[in-house]
Design a protein around this ligand. Sequence first.
Ligand code: PGA
Length: 239
Amino acid sequence: MKKIVLDTYQDVCCAAADIYAAQLKTKPNSVLGLATGSTPIGLYEELARRYEAKEIDFSKARSFNLDEYYPIEKSHQQSYDYFMHDNFFSKVNLSKHDIPNGEAKDAIAECKRYDEEIAAAGGIDLMLLGIGHNGHIGFNEPSVSYSMGTYLTELTESSITANARFFGKNEVQPTRALTMGIGEIFRSRQIVLIISGEGKAPIAKKLLEGVIHTDVPACFLLLHPNTTVFLDKAAASLC
Ligand code: PGA
């Protein structure tokens, strides 16, 4: 795992955008893995800016998102489907995008469909990840066993609490999600992990001490041959 520490969150987003730009230049029809949460927002803004400036072109690419709450309506403002349209898809020319369907009647069938679509697309070339305070990637929560493919998972208290800030007082917050499994993420040919802010410093430290903690899902990335982790100074402050 390659570690790069930069001064600010903005620097991190620009450096990650450079990797996206290079990937699309080398392979315009790349398969991109995308993530939600507050961490990637600056990257999406930077990519949209570069698209406006005609520096990057997504027209031949396609994307698969990491996860989605379950169940949730796509029109719900906290669905990841809504998030992606709002923050990214409406701003660039990436027309082929897929997200686990939080409206699916049959969650198991939806997971199977998702894995089959990723396989048919040839697998993911470049995967974007954030990390949870508990070390989750996607919604792969700390556990004693990990799934390979996409699956329906129960969220931990830590993740529910971390995301409660996005939900209104009277809104029902989903406690389950459809997420790519650790195996699916690991099969990506290249991975970019972004860690930002002081709050993530403890989990960044744990990840980067180079020990595989089996209760920290992100630690599997230590074994991946082509992963770069970008941290701002605040996130790297305990490393
Ligand atoms: P955050 O979430 O960017 O909102 O902190 C990251 C994650 O949980 O993967």
